[in-house]
Design a protein around this ligand. Structure first.
Ligand code: 5GP
Length: 206
C-alpha cells in the first residue's frame, strides 16, 4: 500500500535495525483516515471469500480490525490478554511467548463468538516473530472455524514470522513489507527485489 509505505518513511522512527516506532500515526496516536483506508484495503484483498468474522488481539490490532470490519460489514473479536472478571463463559485460550516483550501471556476469547460455521481472517498491526499471530491461529483452530488468511499492516520480513506462518499453511497479506531498515532508512521488499532484478539485467548486458 503505497500511501502507508510513504507514511512509514516520513513519520516512522527507526529505533534500531529491528524496531520501528509508528506511535505518531498507527499505534498510539492513530490517523483515523489512514486506519479506515487500511481496513478498506483488507476488505479489497479478502473480497468474495465469504468472511464472517475478523479476529485480532488487544490493543494495537483493534483499530485496523474495526476498520476492516466496517468495510466488510462483519463483526470483529479482539482476544484479551488478561482474564477480565466479565469473561465468565468457556474460553478458547492460547499461550503467546513474546520475544519482543520478553514475557509469556495467555490470549483468550469467549467460545460464544467463533464457531465451525465461521470464515475468519486475523488482522494485526505488526508481523515480527509471528508469536502473537500463531496464538490467534491456534484459537481459530480450536474453534473449528475456517481460517481464510492473515492481514498485517506492517511486516518486518527480515524476522521469522512469515516463514513460520507459511509453514503452517497460513495465507499472509501485509500492506507494507520491510526488507531491511536502519535509522533514517527503510527498504521495502518490492524495492529490494527490483534492485536484485536490475543487477541481474545489468550483469546479462556485460
Ligand atoms: P510478534 O513478534 O509476535 O510477531 O509481534 C508481537 C507484537 O509486538 C506486534 O503485534 C506489535 O504490537 C509488537 N511489535 C513487534 N515488532 C514491533 C516493532 O518493530 N514496532 C512496534 N511498534 N511494535 C512491534
Amino acid at each position: 500500500m503505497e500511501k502507508l509505505e510513504k507514511r512509514i518513511r516520513e513519520d516512522g522512527l527507526i529505533l534500531s535495525e529491528k524496531v520501528l516506532k509508528v506511535d505518531s500515526f498507527l499505534n498510539h496516536q492513530v490517523d483515523t483516515r489512514l486506519a479506515l483506508e487500511i481496513g478498506q484495503e483488507f476488505a479489497r484483498i479478502f473480497a468474495g471469500r465469504g468472511i464472517t468474522k475478523i479476529l485480532t488481539i488487544e490493543a494495537s490490532g483493534i483499530q485496523f480490525a474495526m476498520a476492516a470490519g466496517i468495510a466488510m460489514d462483519v463483526p470483529f473479536i479482539y482476544a484479551k490478554k488478561k482474564k477480565a472478571v466479565t469473561l465468565t463463559e468457556k474460553l478458547y485460550s492460547s499461550e503467546v511467548v513474546s520475544f519482543t516483550r520478553g514475557e509469556t501471556y495467555q490470549v483468550s476469547i469467549s467460545q460464544s463468538y467463533l464457531s465451525p460455521e465461521d470464515r475468519v481472517i486475523i488482522v494485526d498491526d505488526f508481523l515480527a516473530t509471528g508469536a502473537a499471530l500463531i496464538g490467534l491461529v491456534d484459537i481459530v483452530k480450536q474453534s473449528g472455524a475456517q481460517l481464510c488468511g492473515v492481514g498485517c499492516v506492517i511486516e518486518k520480513s527480515f524476522q521469522e514470522g512469515r516463514g513460520l506462518l507459511e509453514a503452517m499453511g497460513v495465507e499472509i497479506h501485509s500492506l507494507a513489507r520491510i526488507a531491511s531498515m536502519k535509522p533514517g532508512e527503510v527498504t521495502y521488499v518490492h524495492e529490494a527485489e527490483a534492485a536484485i532484478t536490475a543487477r541481474g539485467e545489468e550483469g546479462a548486458h556485460v
